[in-house]
Design a protein around this ligand. Structure first.
Ligand code: FE2
Ligand code: FE2
Length: 199
């Protein structure tokens, strides 16, 4: 699968989770939190592989481009990084909030709005430009690397961490180890709670 197809598939998966959230009634606190946790994980991994692999590849090609549209992609990447930055702060806040919080739903709504805006810009503008800049072969190769990177990327938002190479490659690897450790502890705790509830 090429890089753009892979990222588009991620976007669709996240939007599916957004729609699930939007369908819930106000009182469905437990389901809300479950879906939001999934959204946080999906978006953290997605942002990480864009920042580690896709964006740097596009930006490098854009800076060397001879066409105006190609050159503009370099600025699009900077804008995309700023949008990621805002999204990551929102995700980090949501991670610590309970659905009972008065501002929980509002925060999720704003998150959904900003992600939809960002995704639209990527799909309508950045991806077509990237397709021209990178070409079929490079996109295939990037796709393969991104598919692998998804399995070892950070699973939580790190708004304070560097978001471009080489800083993010180093910090991202460390963060991923820590995140995945925490995920394991959490799922073990949940399993224990469930088995207690069954007993
Ligand atoms: Fe993005
Ligand atoms: Fe994206």
């Amino acid at each position: 699968m090429d890089a753009i197809a892979l990222l588009t598939r991620d976007h669709q998966e996240v939007d599916r989770l957004f729609k699930q959230f939007e369908k819930l009634t106000d009182r469905a606190q437990k389901s809300k939190q479950k879906i939001v946790m999934k959204i946080i994980r999906e978006l953290a991994i997605h942002a990480a592989i864009e920042e580690m692999l896709f964006y740097p590849a596009v930006r490098t090609a854009a800076l060397k481009a001879t066409t105006r549209a190609g050159q503009k992609a370099a600025d699009d990447i900077l804008e995309a990084l700023e949008e990621h930055h805002i999204v990551k702060w929102t995700l980090a806040e949501l991670e610590k909030m309970a659905p009972e919080d008065e501002r929980y739903d509002a925060k999720v709504t704003v998150l959904i709005e900003s992600v939809r805006h960002h995704v639209e810009e990527e799909q309508e503008e950045l991806f077509p430009k990237s397709r021209k800049l990178l070409g079929k072969e490079l996109l295939e190769e990037l796709g393969t690397r991104m598919e692998k990177a998804k399995k070892i990327a950070p699973t939580r938002p790190h708004p304070r961490a560097p978001d471009s190479p080489p800083g993010n490659l180093v910090a991202g690897t460390m963060a991923a180890v820590m995140d995945r450790g925490k995920d394991m502890v959490r799922s073990a705790a949940q399993k224990m709670m469930r088995s207690r509830a069954d007993a």
